[in-house]
Design a binder for this molecule. Structure first.
Ligand code: S3P
Length: 165
């Protein structure tokens, strides 16, 4: 059995879908942002504000590589920005893992994304930021994805069914 890795933009529902898929499969859930907060004892926002984005990206890479190296098949919720680093993309392609890209219209993301919390990059104008990120990241998600699942007009359960298929 290989890992199931969920990638996609902020607000697409990776954490919710990951939780349900982990229960369904009976595989442990490794959620990048949660692990980073547990390990460092700091919030994602604090890390961004105190150490800056590059420091956060380094932690994100560390968590991804560690999760992919886990001998136990797991459901891995990768943080949204994980595809920015070419080394992470190579690791995702090389790993014994099925990578599923969850996709939503940028406008859907802007409507449902929770502001504040662990998403300091969306503090300004979330719709514009999400559109810019989408333009930049779309080819990168496509590069690593084994499958693409749309979340538009689907309940989390329906998304999980599609992911597992
Ligand atoms: C980020 C996504 C966030 C979090 C951080 C940066 C990004 O995680 O890691 O705010 O650059 O896409 P989610 O994808 O879980 O929202």
């Amino acid at each position: 059995m290989s890992h199931l890795v969920l990638v996609g933009m902020m607000g697409v529902g990776k954490t919710t879908v990951g939780r349900i898929a982990s229960n369904r499969l009976g595989h442990p859930l490794i959620d990048s942002d949660v692990v980073i907060e547990e390990r460092t004892g700091r919030t994602v926002r604090e890390i961004f504000e105190t150490d800056g984005e590059p420091a956060f990206r380094a932690l994100e890479t560390e968590m991804l590589l560690e999760a992919l190296a886990s001998p136990e098949p797991s459901v891995i919720v990768a943080a949204g920005g994980v595809v920015l680093d070419p080394a992470n993309r190579r690791a995702l392609s090389a790993a014994d893992a099925r990578v599923v890209w969850l996709v939503a219209e940028p406008m859907t993301l802007a409507e449902r994304v929770e502001r504040g919390g662990h998403r300091p990059l969306l503090d300004g104008d979330p719709a514009a930021t999400l559109q810019r990120m989408w333009d930049e990241r779309q080819p990168l998600y496509r590069e690593v994805a084994d499958a693409v699942v749309s979340v538009d007009n689907r309940s989390p359960q329906e998304v999980v069914e599609a992911v597992l298929r």
